[in-house]
Each structure stands twice: as C-alpha cells, then as structure tokens.
Design a protein around this ligand. Structure first.
Ligand SMILES: *Cc1c(COP(=O)(O)O)cnc(C)c1O
Length: 374
C-alpha cells in the first residue's frame, strides 16, 4: 500500500476538474478579482445551505473570529470563555483584541468544552462563550445557550471544523452548527471540509444589525466606499476562491457522506481493539468527521509504527493552550486542565477524506491491529 494521504485534495480536485477550471477561467476572463459577482453568489448559496442566516465572507477563519469579536463591542479586559483543547486561532484573536481568554477543560469523550465546568469560570467581566465544534461534532449547544441566557453572554460558535453539522435540541428543533449562537465563524482552509485553493472564511448570524456591522468591519469599516463609519480591517474572500467554493458547496453533502462512510469502516474494524477508543458520538449532533480521532494507549509508539508502514497520522493538539508559551496565565500550569493534558498525550487522528478507498482503510486498520497484537 503506497501513498496514503491524511487528506487527498488532488483526487478530489480531479473528480470535478472541469467544473472548477471553468469557474476559475470565468473569473480570469472577467478580471473582477476583488468583490466579483461570484462572492455574493457563493454567500447566497451558503446562506441557503445553513438554513437562511446571513453570510459574510472574509479572508480566513481567524479573521472571521476577529471580526465577530470586533462587532460585539467588547472592551479590553473583558473575559471570553474558550475550550483549552482547540486550535490556537480561537484564543489568539481574543488576546489580540486585548480581551482575556478564560480556558475551560473539555469533556473526555466528546472532546468539546465541558459545560459542567463553565459556570464556575464566569465572572462579572465575562462577555462571551466561544464553543468550538471540534473534529466535526457539535458542542453541547443546548446547555451553552441556557448558560449564556442566564448570564447574558454572547455565543460565538467556531464551526471551522464542522461546517454542515446539524444539532438537534431536546424539543426536536434542528439547526446547523454556526447558526445557533449569536454569531458563527468558519474557515475554507484547503483541508477543511469545504476547502478552497488558498485562504477563505465566513461569518454567520441571524441578527440583521450585526450582519451589517460585520460586513462593514470586514471592509475597512465602510458601507459606502471611502466613508469609514467604523474602524475595520481588510478581510475579503477572493473572487477566485468564491468561484471555487461555489462549485464545491454543491458537493458538501456528498463529501460529508463519504467521510461518514470512512468513519463507519474505521469504527467497525477498530472498535474491538483493546488499547484504543473509537470516536464517541454525542446524542444530539451529527458528525461531519473533519477528523477521525482515536484515544490510543502508547500513542507515540503507535504513531511511529504507522509511519514506518506508510500510514500518516496527526496529533491535534500536542500542546494544550495553557501550556503554550504565548498563552500561559498566572496560576494555570501543568495539572490545571487534566482532561486536555491527558488528551494531548492520547489523541491521534487517522487519514480521513472524501476519496478514501476500501483497500486503504483496510490496510490502515490491519496495521493498527498488528501494532496492538505485536
Ligand atoms: C482552521 C481553524 C481556524 C482558523 O481558520 P483559518 O482559516 O486557518 O484562519 C479556527 N478555528 C478552528 C477550530 C480551526 O480548526
């Protein structure tokens, strides 16, 4: 078995090459590289896909978080609750804006922010909660929305890893991840579930005034060209990327299905191996499997063994945020967030993408079986 990839963007492209190339050529012919008509057209399609919320496109998922926080009128020193087991971008923009990231440990099975530990971290300075739908599954949004309502907090959902995920409330109501809180943010980084051929991002909200404000912030704070009512930033989605995304969005449901098929194969083959735990599924969320993440005994040895057999794997994330030099906080060191610290030693993500073939999956599972038998 050769050339197994974590993510196979090349085969994915080749399958829809004609459509993509046509869309790119169309933009090249028009030379409308900034704010061309494809940007709005894609935003409209995406809005329909997520159930009708406003969509504001921007340059990347990190900017999306920043624009969201700028729009909420937060003041330096305000506290924002974030999971400590996440990608750095979530905490980065908080710190960048002079806000204080308040870390909360995650649930050991679901990998998402532990709602039972959240209220004890809320103070009079707390202004928002940023749940991250990590690896492709929703955080416990029903509890988070209740806590947010009780304490009058904004909720910014980071749905960069879970675009398309669906959450079901206990009354049966279903909503797409990223449209439940005050604002949702996502990324079109090439390896994300809906990826472009460079950087891209988007913001969701059902609030008309916030949508208008975020649209202005993302474009130098202007509604009318050269009239700057707000201090903004320059964060636009390129027309070329929008054209590519507009094509790929039509395949997102199929992509999600392919990822789920690969995950089901892994589940079935790996569930009985003592030494590893297959991904836990929460009851009220679908899973879009941005990552297929195991908890593994002797994780580092397993990773090396897989590598020696030509199977790539990744650790998301090897160092928890509170132990990163840039994000250390007084009073929080080794031992402060035991679940996240344990996960940083146990988690391992296997190859998962839209082009996985059964022989490949079979080989990966056999290799893991050999390791734990050996
Ligand atoms: C990828 C990612 C981001 C950042 O997206 P970029 O487009 O790379 O800026 C933010 N949050 C999470 C959870 C991510 O996975």
């Amino acid at each position: 078995m050769h050339d197994i990839k974590m993510v196979d963007l090349q085969s994915q492209y080749l399958r829809i090459k004609e459509e993509i190339d046509g869309a790119i050529q169309h933009v090249l012919n028009s030379t409308a590289f900034i704010q061309g008509p494809q940007v709005n057209a894609f935003a409209q399609d995406l809005s329909r896909f997520i159930g009708g919320a406003h969509v504001i496109t921007c340059a990347n998922g990190t900017d999306a978080l920043q624009i969201a926080m700028m729009a909420l009128g937060l003041k330096p020193g305000d506290e924002i609750i974030v999971p400590v087991h996440t990608y750095v971008a979530t905490a980065e923009v908080i710190a960048l804006l002079g806000l204080i990231p308040v870390f909360v440990d995650v649930d050991k099975d679901a990998f998402n922010i532990d709602v039972n530990q959240m209220e004890s971290r809320i103070t009079p300075k707390t202004k928002a909660i940023v749940p991250v739908h990590l690896y492709g599954q929703c955080a416990d949004m029903e509890s988070i929305m209740k806590i947010a309502a009780t304490h009058n907090l904004y909720v910014i959902e980071d749905v960069a890893q879970a675009l398309g995920v669906e959450y079901t409330f206990s009354d049966g109501m279903k909503k797409k991840g990223g449209t439940i809180g005050t604002i949702g943010t996502t990324s079109f980084f090439p390896s994300k579930n809906l990826g472009c051929f460079g950087d891209g991002g988007a913001i969701f909200t059902n609030n008309d005034a916030l949508a208008e404000k975020m649209r202005m912030i993302s474009n130098h704070g202007q509604r009318v060209k050269y009239h700057h009512d707000l201090i903004g930033i320059n964060s636009r989605l390129d027309t070329l990327q929008a054209a590519i995304l507009k094509v790929k969005l039509n395949y997102l449901n199929e992509y999600e299905q392919k990822r789920n098929e690969a995950a089901a194969y892994y589940d079935n083959e790996l569930k009985d191996i003592s030494g590893i735990r297959i991904p836990y599924r929460v009851r009220n969320s679908t899973h879009v499997f941005h990552q297929y993440t195991l908890k593994a005994e002797r994780r580092d040895e397993l990773k090396k063994y897989l590598e020696s057999k030509g199977v790539p794997s990744m650790i998301y994330y090897p160092v928890p945020l509170h132990l990163q030099r840039a994000y250390t906080q007084k009073g929080f060191g080794e031992g402060s967030f035991p679940v996240t610290e344990q996960l940083s030693k146990e988690v391992i993500s296997l190859p998962i993408h839209t082009e996985m073939k059964e022989p490949e999956l079979g080989y990966i599972c056999q290799t893991i079986r050999d390791f734990y038998r050996g």
